[in-house]
Write a protein that binds this ligand. Structure first.
Ligand SMILES: [Zn+2]
Length: 177
C-alpha cells in the first residue's frame, strides 16, 4: 500500500477517525488524510490538508486549519474513510464502509501515531462518535455525529456503547497494523 513514509515534523497529539458521509471518490480538506477508492476500485490514501496547519492552538487567530472535530482540532489529526452517504445505523446505503478501506485507514493511522508519538489509547486516538459522546452531540440526527460507531449495519437502535465498542475495535486494529 502506498503511504507516505515521512510526514512534516511537529507537535500533533491526537488522531480522530471519521467517515466522510460522501461517496468513495470525493475527498475533503476538512481532514488531513482521506481513504478513497481509485478508478480501479483499489483503496488509496490522499493527503487532503497539510498536517502542519493543525500543529498549533487553533483557538488563536491564524491561517486556516483542518476543521474535522468540533472543539478538538488543536494539535489533532483528522483521518476519514470515504463513504457512508445517506447511511443509517441499520442501513449503510450505497457507499458502505469497505474492509480494504478500513484496513488502509488503520495502517495510515498506525504510521501517523508512530511518527508523531501518539499513544493508541482512547484519550488520544478516537472516533468522532466517541468525541461526540463526550461532548454531548452523539447520535444519527441532523446535528449529531456517529462516525465511526458501527463497522457494519445492525437493526438495533444506536446506543452510546456502540461508539465505545467500535472505537476499541479500531484501536486494536491500529495497534496491530
Ligand atoms: Zn466526523
Amino acid at each position: 500500500m502506498q503511504l507516505p513514509n515521512a510526514w512534516p515534523p511537529g507537535d500533533l497529539r491526537s488522531l480522530y477517525l471519521h467517515w466522510t458521509a460522501g461517496d468513495y471518490a470525493t475527498v475533503f480538506p476538512a481532514y488531513h488524510v482521506c481513504i478513497a477508492l481509485d478508478p480501479r476500485g483499489e483503496p488509496v490514501a490522499h493527503v487532503t490538508h497539510d498536517l502542519r496547519a493543525n500543529m498549533r492552538d487553533v483557538r488563536e487567530p491564524g491561517p486556516p486549519y483542518a476543521a474535522h472535530t468540533a472543539g478538538r482540532n488543536s494539535h489533532a489529526i483528522g483521518l476519514a474513510i470515504c463513504g457512508m452517504r445517506d447511511a443509517t445505523p441499520h442501513d449503510f446505503g450505497a457507499f458502505p464502509l469497505l474492509e480494504p478501506m478500513l484496513a488502509l485507514g488503520c495502517a495510515a493511522a498506525a504510521r501517523l501515531c508512530a511518527f508523531y508519538g501518539i499513544a493508541i489509547e482512547p484519550a488520544h486516538v478516537l472516533t468522532h462518535a466517541e468525541a461526540a459522546l463526550a461532548d454531548g452531540y452523539f447520535g444519527s440526527g441532523e446535528d449529531q455525529r456517529w462516525d465511526i460507531a458501527r463497522l457494519s449495519p445492525r437493526p438495533a437502535p444506536l446506543v452510546p456503547d456502540d461508539a465505545a465498542r467500535a472505537g476499541d475495535e479500531l484501536r486494536a486494529r491500529i495497534r496491530a497494523a
